[in-house]
Design a protein around this ligand. Sequence first.
Ligand code: ZN
Length: 362
Amino acid sequence: MDYVALSEQIFRELCIIPAPSGKEEKRAEYCLNKLKEFGIEGYIDKAKNVIYLLEGEKEDITVFQAHTDVVFPDEETLPFLEDEENIYCPGCGDDTIEVALLLGVIKKITDEKIKPKNSVLFVLNSCEEGLGNLKGTKEIFACYGNRIKELYTFDGQIGRVVNKSVGSHRYKVTVKTVGGHSYSDFGNENAARVLAEAIKRIYEIKVPEKDTTTYNVGVISGGTSVNTIIQQAEMLCEYRSDNFENLEYMKKEFKKIFDYISTLADVTVELVGDRPCGNNLDEEKMRAMTEFACAVQEKHSKSKVKIKSGSTDCNIPHSLGVPAICVGAYLGGGAHTREEWLKKDSFALGFAITEEIVKSCF
Ligand SMILES: [Zn+2]
């Protein structure tokens, strides 16, 4: 059987199925049916993860996963185009091809009837993107956390291995005042004035020097008309860091600002994003996994791999002290844009990389 061709066939069918974070049910169903066709008993959990547990000689679990959700809100069939060399489809590289490759590898090891040393949990998981907040991976750890010893997620391009997690907290801040008429009620507090005070103070924060820490105000909105004192204004803001202490520091700095503006108006702060970063990881084990992932990628792609920090499904295991690595498995570009594309060579290359990493467990 040509497993690369099988993966490509699965990819072509999967790519056009819409799957915004939290609404992955159609893709989940597709993946579960594929497992059934392979003669495998899997299930969909309450976070819409597709799960296949292959018991090995040991209780300890190694997880191999790829995410089914895409950043695009589309609920209709996604547009699919191709030419000689490339395929173009929103979400094709991030992360549809990896889901297809993992399914292809599952079929191959099933046909080969090989047994893993560690038990292996294959997961086609939900909610990796944006405000999905890694719900899928959180659910995997809620169910199997006490047995999981290591995790590989296939996500991103060949040439990239992520071994450090960037954590973030994202907030929606809503300011409300009585507002009023711009002329007759002049002097009443303006909600945007209060919000602006918060923004000004955020941009005065001195970020810690060690490691990388950033902040951003990403969306602001509010107001009714030019002659109305703004009664309600909102913003979305965030901070990020790959250092646990820095994230805690930023949390305190933001809280001080939110507390201050609460003395000026009616302020509600909602935590809309929560991605933890790494804490107390076994450095030796992380180094070994990183070296292995880089070596496999370099062997097949014949090009140098960059080791990076990122926000991926690894954030969850890292925050729990479980070694985890994110491995890229396609060649292409334009992730998170509607022009996303990948090279057709990606199927053979990505399959070889995925297979070798999975088979390290057998
Ligand atoms: Zn992704």
